[in-house]
Write a protein that binds this ligand. Sequence first.
Ligand code: F6P
Length: 531
Amino acid sequence: MSRAPRCDRTPAWAALGRHFGTGAHALDLRDAFAADASRFESFSFEAAGIFADLSKNLIDAPTLDLLLALARECRIAERREALFAGEPVNATEGRSVLHTALRAPRGTAPHGDEVHEVLERMLGYVERIRDTATSGIRDIVNIGIGGSDLGPQMVVPALDAWVHRGLRFHFVSNVDGHDIAPVLRDLDPASTLFVIASKTFTTQETMANAHVAKQWFLDHGGTDTQRHFVATTTNVAAAAAFGIDTTFGFWDWVGGRYSLWSAIGLPIALAIGAESFRELLAGAHAMDVHAREAPDARNLPLLLGLLDVWYRNFHGFTSRSVAPYHQGLRRFPAYLQQLEMESNGKRVDLDGEPVPFATSPVVWGEPGTNGQHAYFQMLHQGTDVIPVEFILVREPTHPYADLHTKLLANGLAQAQALMLGKRADEALGEHVPTASPDIAPDVLARHRTFPGNRPSTTFVLDKLTPAALGALVALYEHRVFTSGALWGINSFDQWGVELGKALCNDLLPRMTSGDTTGLDGSTAGLLRRLR
Ligand code: F6P
């Protein structure tokens, strides 16, 4: 396959630039809704059970047409097929990228036999451990970092209603001992299972914590490491050298940040059980089918990826905030940070040429309504425009209906406020008992004016089930693929994390010896200060 054109080298890109400059930059959402009674219907989409309202975004039909032309000219559909087919789309590492195969029914995707062999074996193991009366296990500690941590750490609380009530889950990732120490403090070796999760089984933080855990286990009367330690890794030999026989493997074609569907999902499966884990996979697969088969104009991950490019490269927005109105999704923004920023935080294209445009936005957020009482002030009245993604779930898994109604009303209201804003004359007419008696009314009104026209997307899930969560995560994966493919970068390597690792290895012995020879002045000074 010849190299597909980079976005900025297409006629559609030039047309988008003209379109932006000649009017699209000034699109006003309030006017757009006033002019088009069916705007909500026209810009609402549904994919694998996820409803998405894109109508509060700074787009109209001509913008969308040009963005879809950009997708065609960048041959996104062809590149997506290359991904699904297992072509080496991770060119710098010569690897396929086949997380989609991990959730495909047997016989429908590459590597089906290996995938299903590990899955069946893992789910059999899971059911034995979940039989707590027999297994004796009460606490499960996942030790891993990055993609070997964030997926399970995000999914287990999100699916709390499905979690085995006799098991407690702990996640240790940081090489900071303040992470593992409070976890170990309350554990009994006889009823604890440690999952050592590392694709490479060489990651400094994970290996250090794994050794601490093993030593703690032995020091506290633990006797059967084989029963109490399990590894999820592509490096079975290294796990064996560490002393772990029970290993669930995966493969180099599974990227760390795309690995929750693989053996890395073991803590998830332990938490929610085999059947629900299969539902999680099925939900993601349903989104894969949508991504592959939905026509471009209704293809939700494609549209989101195009919107990302529109905002990043034409509007110049630097970040995107994610606001899940579901406490269970509290780690979702952190999960997305790795998924998106490690994937698309790149500055050269597939040919190694510097790209002359911006790539990954900063992705950040907190669950609603907490964020409202922290940084939403800036979203409403700050000088930056930051598109927000609201995730609302219609049906809760708790019995407190009144709380849920308030939660949803808050989410809706924030999206509404961002768009509608408040004019100075409206602010001027308001009675404000908390205002200083010394401030002039027109000055106060300027402080209380909201510009509005701030874009947002609202996703609505009927219920946060395993299937719905699977679909949601896969939606973001495909969207990240889309924007990365448009930018012509490799979304599947992560060389940017290497340099710090290498320098840390150099500094480590110096922390003990105090040798600062050859170091820059700042690092040398700080090292002396820290010893
Ligand atoms: O931070 C870089 C990285 O390689 C991530 O991509 C990965 O998810 C993480 O480290 C953990 O790696 P491993 O699973 O090999 O321990």
